[in-house]
Ligand binder design. Structure first.
Ligand code: AMP
Ligand code: GLY
Length: 438
């Protein structure tokens, strides 16, 4: 079978790596891919995955390429092509594509749609209201003492959310988004949520028209600096599983979120085939959904797929045919950790083209896989091409073992100005030190 993956980051490398292990997959392309993806061997023995020089958001060019090369399955990684309707476009040309349609992608593309859907269907979330008028938004923020999250309605490359702890901060955030329009039209309408305190975790569920198969928990680290300080990023590191919810609590959380979500989708005629990724806060009053994403998390995918034992190709094909209910997800009991190595300057402006050394050496450590996020190949070596450069991933029998392998691997890799967090999973380690149940 021939498979096309759309995207070119660490998540897509993990998707390609996992799809490449399927005996069904005999040809694997990635648009645009990256230098690591281009070297990923196929288990079926037919060479490596291949990069296609087409941008993930250039829908006409993707369609043209796919019409000529006829992949049996197209797997969409990032949110933007989904929100632009790439799945609808492919399907309307008789091409099988995995991921939500544009209509179903509104759970991520519109914070207002998502918030109101949660309220309509009793999904536990933060108290919130929606505004088009900055003065009214400020008045609402005042009623919360300025402790709130101000969220631009539209997609804003992860920059659309400002978490505020006081009224001055909230006022500035509202004025930046709504009056100064620093993010353009994405700030025309905002959702303001009450500030929720607690431990944040990622959930994922693989969904089709009738089933939703929940994943174990993972945790991302969105801030650049140790101790969750500094600016927000796309994600600096993940691990799975987390100790914060027992199996029973996790099942209850999924039940309280996924069941009403599925019923709501059915009632509103939304057919969702893809991954639903709720970002949740574990508050003293129970788990609350902060947001929905409609795709695999990045870098959550790197830790999930290194634990998933099923054939991913079979699962995604089944999802496109509403046959997921015949499958049970199987997870390795191992812990997986991913440490992101980023370019100097990220998440601001950063230099490209710095040579990277030590990837092979790092991968000699048992259980280590280095996923490429922003890399290229120049003059016979890997070079940096993006803000997030590598996702150094390790599995081990428990969290300390996986962390030790991952950091040993990171220490073998060198490029100019490389920055990474030294404290991935610190909340889990604190949790265990405090003697709380795993
Ligand atoms: P979102 O894109 O909506 O997940 O927001 C980005 C980040 O902002 C989340 O990962 C949280 O860390 C934080 N955040 C969002 N909403 C809230 C909230 N209501 N309370 C506290 N933190 C939040
Ligand atoms: N892990 C953050 C994201 O994928 O949005």
């Amino acid at each position: 079978m021939k498979v096309l993956v759309i995207g070119g980051g660490g998540r897509e490398h993990a998707l390609v790596w996992k799809l490449a292990q399927s005996p069904h997959v005999t040809e694997l392309w990635c648009a645009p891919g990256n230098a690591g993806i281009a070297r990923e061997p196929l288990r079926s023995g037919t060479g490596t995955a291949r990069c296609v020089p087409v941008d993930a958001e250039d829908l006409p060019a993707l369609l043209k390429w796919a019409s000529e090369n006829r992949p049996d399955l197209t797997v969409v990684g990032p949110d933007n092509p989904l929100a632009l309707g790439v799945v609808d476009l492919f399907q309307s040309h008789g091409l099988r594509a995995w991921g939500p349609t544009r209509d179903a992608a509104r759970f991520e593309a519109s914070k207002i749609f998502s918030q109101q859907f949660m309220e309509r269907h009793g999904i536990p979330t933060a108290r919130a209201a929606t505004f088009t008028d900055p003065a009214e938004a400020i008045r609402y923020a005042e009623t919360l003492g300025g402790r709130c999250a101000v969220k631009a309605d539209g997609l804003a490359l992860g920059k659309g959310v400002r978490v505020c702890r006081g009224i001055e901060e909230a006022r500035t955030a509202i004025q930046d988004l709504m009056t100064r329009r620093v993010l353009g039209p994405a700030g025309e309408r905002v959702v303001i949520q009450e500030l929720l305190e607690g431990i944040e975790v990622s959930l994922h569920a693989l969904c089709d028209g009738s089933a939703a198969l929940p994943f174990p928990t993972a945790q991302d680290h969105k801030r650049l600096g140790d101790g969750n300080t500094g600016p927000n990023t796309g994600g600096m590191g993940t691990y799975s599983p987390t100790p914060f919810l027992s199996d029973a609590e996790l099942a209850a959380a999924y039940d309280r979120i996924l069941r009403p979500w599925q019923e709501g989708c059915r009632a509103e005629g939304i057919l969702f085939r893809g991954v639903l990724y709720p970002g949740i806060m574990l508050t003293p009053a129970g788990p609350r959904v902060l947001e929905f994403n409609v795709r695999f998390g990045d870098p959550e995918t790197q830790v999930y797929l290194t634990r998933l034992e099923n054939d991913l190709f079979e699962l995604l094909m089944a999802a496109t045919e509403d046959k997921l209910s015949a499958h049970t997800l199987r997870w390795s009991p191992q812990t997986s950790v991913c440490i992101v190595m980023a370019s100097a300057g990220y998440p601001g402006a950063y230099k490209k083209g710095c040579p990277i050394e030590g990837i092979e050496e790092a991968e000699r450590i048992p259980g280590v896989k280095v996923f490429h996020a922003g890399t290229g190949w120049e003059n016979g070596r890997f070079v940096t091409r993006g803000g997030r450069v590598l996702g150094v991933t390790a599995t081990g029998p428990d969290l300390p073992a996986a962390l030790q392998r991952a950091y040993r691997a990171v220490e073998r890799i060198r490029f100019e100005g490389a920055q990474y967090r030294r404290d991935i999973a610190f909340q889990a380690l604190e949790w265990k030190r405090a003697g709380r149940p795993a």
